[in-house]
Design a protein around this ligand. Structure first.
Ligand code: TRP
Length: 333
């Protein structure tokens, strides 16, 4: 029997996990666990490219992991761990940095965006972080990388790095593919549907977080921005209504076309009520499981220690191959 494909994905623990993260990413990860060999690092080192709050950081990271588990990530079947606990990520990133032209990093859209937003702190890590991401992926020889549209460019860079390495030294790394989900990949902001729902959005009305109280979730959805036409159909000129239809489609697994049929002749109020009910029904059980998991941080940390051991073993295999191909003295013992 051939080995199942290795799948790896991560979300940086900055801001708060949103409905967009769940529908666009985590939900799809959950569904792959039976088929793929899954790795879910909490990519904490990405969060320090911008100034973070050391006082609250560990707890925020635990919240993220607890939410992954509450959403259905199974730490027995999948490897759930913290990026910074496996130093090989940084070691491989260093080697990859030495094989990545600076120009390519300067060209990254996310780097340009972030440099604008954090103009006072355009540090080297902000620029080289896509290389660390390449290391996250290639360390485990992952070939399936479910990500949002905004990460396509970073996946291309990862493939370029792997290819360059293989050409110079020999075939060590498989080339990973970006897997971009067909539904739910782009959940937009509720109050400004021209932009993506972002977990680091500071305007609370824009996002539904996975830990918002149900009444608050319903309120935000009911106040979401639509348009003055009062026809329920998915259409690029109607970003607010389209977003609500996308959310409802993803939350209930019903196609957009049949939703359009069902809502024919009805008003935005009816649509919003249904979206709010569907989202609350989806998120409430996640919150219950979250509270349960989060009430026992010692068990959570033990689970991460186990994930670290399993990830480290796989990482060590790749690193010894990399040492050998690069001609470094093997690490014995
Ligand atoms: N760069 C991703 C983001 O900003 C997070 C990430 C880091 C990632 N390492 C990864 C995603 C590896 C997929 C695979 O959302």
């Amino acid at each position: 029997m051939t080995n199942p494909p290795v799948l790896l994905s991560g979300i940086a623990p900055s801001g708060r996990l949103t409905l967009g993260n769940y529908l666009g990413a985590i939900r799809h990860w959950v569904g792959r666990q039976d088929r793929d060999d899954c790795f879910f690092p909490l990519v904490d080192l990405l969060a320090v490219t911008v100034r973070h709050d050391p006082q609250r950081f560990a707890d925020r990271c635990r919240d993220f992991v607890a939410l992954y588990l509450a959403c259905g990530i199974d730490a027995q079947r999948s490897v759930v761990f913290v990026q910074s606990h496996v130093p090989a990520h940084c070691e491989l990133a260093w080697i990859f940095e030495c094989h990545t032209p600076i120009d390519e990093l300067h060209r990254m859209t996310q780097f340009k965006d972030k440099s604008r937003r954090h103009a006072k702190n355009v540090n080297a890590g902000l620029m080289s972080y896509p290389v660390l991401m390449a290391a996250d992926i290639l360390l485990y020889k992952a070939t399936r990388v479910p990500v949002g549209e905004d990460q396509r460019q970073h996946l291309e860079l990862t493939r370029d790095i792997a290819q360059r390495f293989n050409t110079l030294y020999g075939p060590v790394f498989p080339l990973p593919d970006a897997h971009i989900a067909a539904t739910g990949a782009r959940i937009m902001s509720l109050a400004d549907p021209s932009k993506k729902m972002s977990k680091s959005d500071s305007v609370d009305a824009n996002i539904v977080t996975l830990l918002d109280e149900p009444a608050r979730i319903a309120r935000k959805i009911k106040r979401s921005v639509t348009d003055s036409e009062s026809v329920i159909r998915a259409d690029p000129t109607k970003p607010g209504v389209t977003n609500l239809l996308n959310i409802l489609a993803a939350a209930t697994d019903v196609g957009i076309a049949s939703l359009e049929d069902r809502f024919r002749g009805l008003g935005y109020g009816a649509l919003k009520t249904e979206v709010a009910d569907a989202v609350v029904a989806l998120i409430e059980p996640i919150q219950e499981r979250f509270r349960d998991i989060r009430s026992d941080p010692a068990s959570l940390d033990r689970l991460l220690a186990d994930g670290r051991a399993r990830a480290s073993e796989r990482a060590a295999r790749t690193m010894s191959e990399v040492f050998e191909t690069l001609g470094l003295i093997p690490r014995l013992g």
